[in-house]
Design a protein around this ligand. Structure first.
Ligand code: F6P
Length: 361
């Protein structure tokens, strides 16, 4: 084998999701056909803060077909520790961006492929500008909140998991005359709740973009009862607020706060208002793990191939995306400018309303 003609780096950053390994596979296969070397950076940008940097040459043998089906990321990832305000052991915040840029320069890579959501791509874009390196972004997020792409890697699998949860909750709800509440992830966007709610036949879908009242929800459940229904299925997005307008979060080790708790809040309120038994399921990280769906494998593969071809063509600062069954690429800045939430006239909002699903308003 001749010496590689080009070397590129790749990292996975932010919360993991299904399909990340499928992206790595596609990038390595396409790059190796061009006789390029791919350096995998471990644990997102954290790998570059280690001395020596934690990296791994990714070969075709490393990405043989088993990896296409595998959840998680073989490179590891992180969704904390912004290098521009990095938390130090003494509690202070330090700008460590210079260390990352220096480590990248040492690797001698022509370009970096960053696989991330809006937060990670914003950080990588800032690093690229400061360090003068070339960047290509690949969108991944179960939340589907990146703009300029119809969908991101990981979303379809998360929706499939949430839909399966509703499939499993419906018979037990019907057997026990219960109102079942499923709390799903999605951060400030209600895409998972809305999409899975429709696919899984939910009666009530609450998303952060549409304000609700408990009275409207209770009245809808009562109308189902009047029709002779003995159970109800409800999906709620983690960022939906309480009726007092409070966002519920939970604290985790390391002073980290994450959304969570609205399902149990609503369970208690609705039990009182409807005089019915409620049970709450918080789906959590099962939405991120497991095998990627066929759709996520396809997206991951198409995105990975296109990312390498953008570097080959010398087109940088682009994020690959999906539109009308076609891979596209857009300026990274446009994709991260604003969070892609569910719009009031979103086609699926109209579908839900057309079905008579209660959106709480
Ligand atoms: O952004 C992906 C996501 O899974 C969100 O839906 C969720 O709010 C958050 O990450 C959970 O983060 P963590 O993995 O740190 O608990």
């Amino acid at each position: 084998m001749n010496a590689p003609v080009k070397r590129i780096a790749i990292l996975t950053s932010g919360g993991d999701c299904a399909g990340l390994n499928a992206i790595l596979r596609a990038v390595v296969l396409r790059a190796s056909a061009l006789n390029w070397e791919v350096i995998g950076i471990k644990n997102g940008t954290h790998g570059l803060l280690c001395d020596p940097p934690k990296t791994q040459v990714l070969t075709v043998e490393d990405v043989e077909t088993a990896i296409l089906r595998q959840g998680g990321t073989i490179l590891g990832t992180t969704n904390k520790g912004d290098p521009f305000a990095y938390p130090m052991p003494d509690g202070s915040l330090k700008d460590r961006s210079g260390e990352i840029i220096a480590a990248l320069k040492k690797l001698g890579c022509e370009a970096v492929i960053g696989i991330g959501g809006d937060g990670s791509l914003a950080i990588l874009q800032r690093l690229a500008r400061q360090g003068g390196f070339h960047l290509i972004g690949i969108p991944k997020t179960i939340d589907n909140d990146l703009s300029m792409t119809e969908t991101s890697v990981g979303f379809d699998t998360a929706v499939a998991v949430a839909t399966e949860a509703l499939d499993r909750l419906q018979p037990t709800a019907a057997s026990h005359d219960r109102i079942m509440i499923l709390e799903v992830m999605g951060r400030d966007a209600g895409h998972i709740a809305l999409t899975a709610g429709i696919a899984g036949g939910a009666d009530v879908i609450l998303i952060p973009e549409i304000p609700y009242t408990l009275q409207k929800v209770a009245a809808h459940i009562e109308s189902l009862r009047q029709r002779g229904r003995n159970f109800a299925l409800m999906v709620v997005s983690e960022a939906v607020k309480t009726s007092a307008g409070e966002t519920l979060t939970k604290a985790f080790y390391g002073n980290q706060h994450r959304l969570g708790g609205i399902g149990h809040y609503l369970g208690a309120q609705i039990a009182d208002l409807c005089q019915a038994e409620t049970r709450v399921t918080v789906l959590g990280h099962v939405q991120r793990g497991g095998q990627p769906s066929a759709q996520d494998r396809l997206l991951a593969t198409a995105f990975g191939v296109h990312a390498v071809e953008l570097i080959q063509a010398g087109h940088y600062d682009r994020m690959v995306g999906w539109s009308n069954r076609t891979v596209i690429d857009v300026p990274i800045d446009d994709a991260i400018r604003q969070c892609q939430q569910v719009g009031p006239e979103d086609s699926l909002v109209r579908t839900a309303r057309g079905l008579g699903v209660c959106l709480g308003d």
